[in-house]
Design a protein around this ligand. Structure first.
Ligand SMILES: C[S@@+](CC[C@H](N)C(=O)[O-])C[C@H]1O[C@@H](n2cnc3c(N)ncnc32)[C@H](O)[C@@H]1O
Length: 296
């Protein structure tokens, strides 16, 4: 088991419109897309209320030991701490040391462990619960099966597994065709070779069935729609100002209908994307799911 020993990091503060190269959707150093620390911060801040509701929906109990798997920078650790209290225990696990170095700026008492979801570096049954937010989107089907086995190994019988993830097939923004999101999701998921995240990011509303098939019991799921009414500002402006160019580049590469490309080309650069989402008549939305199950 390897733990980080880095000192707490300061907050990353930026003014709106920073990052002119729009590179904040870059992968983390181990290659997971949309996992750079500043992207994760922006996404969390832009939908903080919904993320708080999602973490609360997991229902972790006071005093319990919870692992935050695929923690990234540990953005969710304060919400898990809020649930388990000071008597509880929160451990952040991520494959990416660079992200993990930020964990203690979010929760000074969280433990930070470098490790893979496919070989979680803790002993059997060591935790009462497990939270995995936006991790399964980067796993292909075989890796998700293996990760679910690991989650069930490290959570004690009766303990709770909570997985939060996205359904990019339901991604939408206006003014634009309602089918941009579904077309792009389909083009990515049917490409050859297919990227793990292209499959993982449309799995959201199927997660309860995955938990059930893995052998978890009392499975359930809740769907959350996050709305972004224009004109976007602050973290939402930064988020969409880099998210849309990332998706526009995917649309060009994966072969969406030609009519869709006309819109994607209007948001292909960070400057154009920021102008687009700054319109008062802009409206974006994304769909996120929290799926729950208990270890038998
Ligand atoms: C999109 S980020 C989500 C971070 C955080 N949970 C959040 O919601 O803000 C995905 C994280 O999962 C980590 N990750 C990807 N594959 C992993 C694996 N096989 N094992 C452990 N962590 C992994 C990445 O390094 C990244 O930090």
């Amino acid at each position: 088991m390897s733990a980080t020993t880095e000192p707490p990091h300061g907050r990353i503060d930026r003014a709106d419109g920073d990052d002119p190269d729009g590179d904040r959707t870059r992968a983390s150093s181990t290659g997971t897309v949309l996992s750079a620390a500043d992207w994760l911060d922006d996404h969390f801040e832009a939908c903080r209320d919904a993320y708080e509701a999602m973490a609360a929906a997991a229902g972790f109990e006071t005093g319990s030991r919870v692992i935050d798997l695929g923690s990234g920078t540990g953005i969710f650790t304060p919400l898990l701490r809020r649930a388990v209290g000071t008597r509880g225990q929160v451990a952040a696990v991520d494959i990416d040391l660079e992200n993990l170095r930020h964990v203690r700026r979010h929760d000074a008492s969280a433990q930070a462990l470098v490790g893979s979801a496919l070989a979680i570096p803790v002993r059997d049954g060591a935790f009462d619960g497990l939270w995995a937010a936006n991790l399964t989107q980067s796993l292909d089907d075989a890796a998700l099966e293996a990760a679910l086995r690991e989650m069930m190994r490290v959570v004690r019988p009766g303990g709770l597994v909570a997985i939060k993830d996205v359904d990019m097939a339901a991604f939408r923004f206006s003014p634009a065709s309602p089918f941009l999101g579904p077309h792009l999701a389909e083009a990515c998921a049917t490409a050859t070779p297919v990227a793990a995240e292209s499959v993982g990011s449309v799995r959201g509303r199927d997660l309860r069935r995955w938990l059930h098939r893995a052998g978890l019991v009392d499975t359930s799921q809740r769907t959350f729609v996050i709305e972004y009414p224009g004109a976007l500002e602050g973290s939402a402006l930064r988020l969409w100002g880099s998210w849309l160019p990332y998706l526009a580049a995917l649309a060009e590469a994966k072969g969406v209908p030609v009519a869709d490309l006309e819109t994607w080309r209007q948001v292909a650069s960070p400057q154009d994307a920021r102008a687009f989402v700054s319109r008062p008549d802009f409206h974006g939305s994304e769909v996120q799911v929290v799926a729950l199950g208990r270890v038998p």
